[in-house]
Design a protein around this ligand. Structure first.
Ligand code: MN
Length: 319
């Protein structure tokens, strides 16, 4: 999916300070994604104060809603897009020649390297729900070749009172086959009704939890669909209880060491990186971002940049 915000703000993310364990609710912003029958998405990353969780730098939940997703070809730099449908199906086409449908339980993972473009289209008026996440590519891997992979058979993880799927990275020795460039975890987990259990974590990772359904307590904090609960670093395990049962998405990773500047669909290291990427998409696009077949040259133009020069800012210290 694209960031279709018509007036995107530039977000500068300074390398984080190591926080230790915290429990901070990051409230979602409702973002309309263009058009007359626009889709509403709930965005919890980047968030003021907590721009990244590990290398995870963007988190949108779209739906559940009956809608038609029509996201024309648009560019990306410096990231991997992670599309994880919860309901419905989406056709993905990109400039490295992919043309696939993605459905619940399947992962679409697209690696931009220095530049890629793609489109995403759903069947008309279909029930859609899902997550779109971005993973920032660390310095040194931001120039890897553009690539796309789809995974339809991801490994399961199970412990007392809880089972799920490791989507990206590794959870307690269970490893997703999807390509990653920094140590991280992304997993969808179903917590049983009446469960009182723990999820093993890596102490050097920072983590966050989003509820997809039901209610539960995470590290003693009551949590329901909406906010992202940021948990900081320094935890060996995460206590979880649920009366009703719940489905969650767990994010985590090594605190990202590099400064980032994010604007529209671009992740770079500086304001100038973003300006250059925008100019190259607007000028022609094909040299850096390739061509997505089947759209007759239609594409999403880049919005105007805000009249500001941004430099990475420091993450707010947790209170
Ligand atoms: Mn996209």
């Amino acid at each position: 999916m694209s960031n279709l915000d018509v007036r995107p703000t530039e977000t500068a993310c300074h390398a984080p300070e190591h926080s230790g364990p915290v429990a901070e609710f990051l409230q979602p912003r409702e973002v309309p994604l263009g058009g007359i029958r626009s889709m509403q998405v709930k965005r919890t990353l980047p968030h003021r104060g907590v721009p990244t969780v590990g290398a995870w730098c963007f988190l949108d939940q779209f739906g559940p809603q009956r809608t038609t997703m029509t996201v024309l070809p648009h560019p990306h730099t410096g990231l991997q897009t992670v599309t994880w449908p919860l309901q419905g199906e989406i056709r993905h086409r990109d400039s490295v020649g992919s043309d696939v449908m993605v459905r619940p339980g399947q992962l679409n993972l697209m690696t931009s390297g220095p530049g890629i473009s793609h489109s995403e289209v759903s069947p008309p008026e279909s029930m859609l729900d899902g997550l779109q996440l971005w993973v920032a590519l660390p310095t040194g891997s931001d120039s890897v070749a553009p690539a796309f992979e789809q995974h339809v058979d991801l490994p399961g993880y199970e412990t007392r009172g809880l089972r799920g799927t490791v989507v990206l990275g590794e959870l307690a020795g269970t490893r997703s086959p999807a390509t990653t460039y920094s140590p991280l975890v992304g997993a969808q987990l179903d917590v049983d009704a009446g469960a009182m259990t723990t999820i093993p974590l890596r102490r050097d990772f920072e983590h966050a939890v989003l509820v997809l359904g039901g209610t539960l307590t995470v590290a003693g904090a009551p949590l329901e669909p909406g906010p992202l609960l940021y948990l900081g670093t320094g935890r060996d395990e995460l206590p979880v209880t649920s009366t009703t049962g719940a489905t969650i998405f767990l994010l985590g990773g090594e605190p990202f060491p590099d400064d980032l500047v994010m604007w529209w669909n671009f992740v770079g290291r500086s304001h100038d990186d973003i300006v250059t990427a925008r100019e190259e998409w607007e000028r022609d696009g094909q040299h850096r971002f390739g061509v997505v077949a089947g759209h007759g040259g239609e594409r999403i133009p880049a919005p105007p940049m805000p009249p500001l020069r941004l430099t990475p800012r420091r993450r707010r210290r947790p209170t």
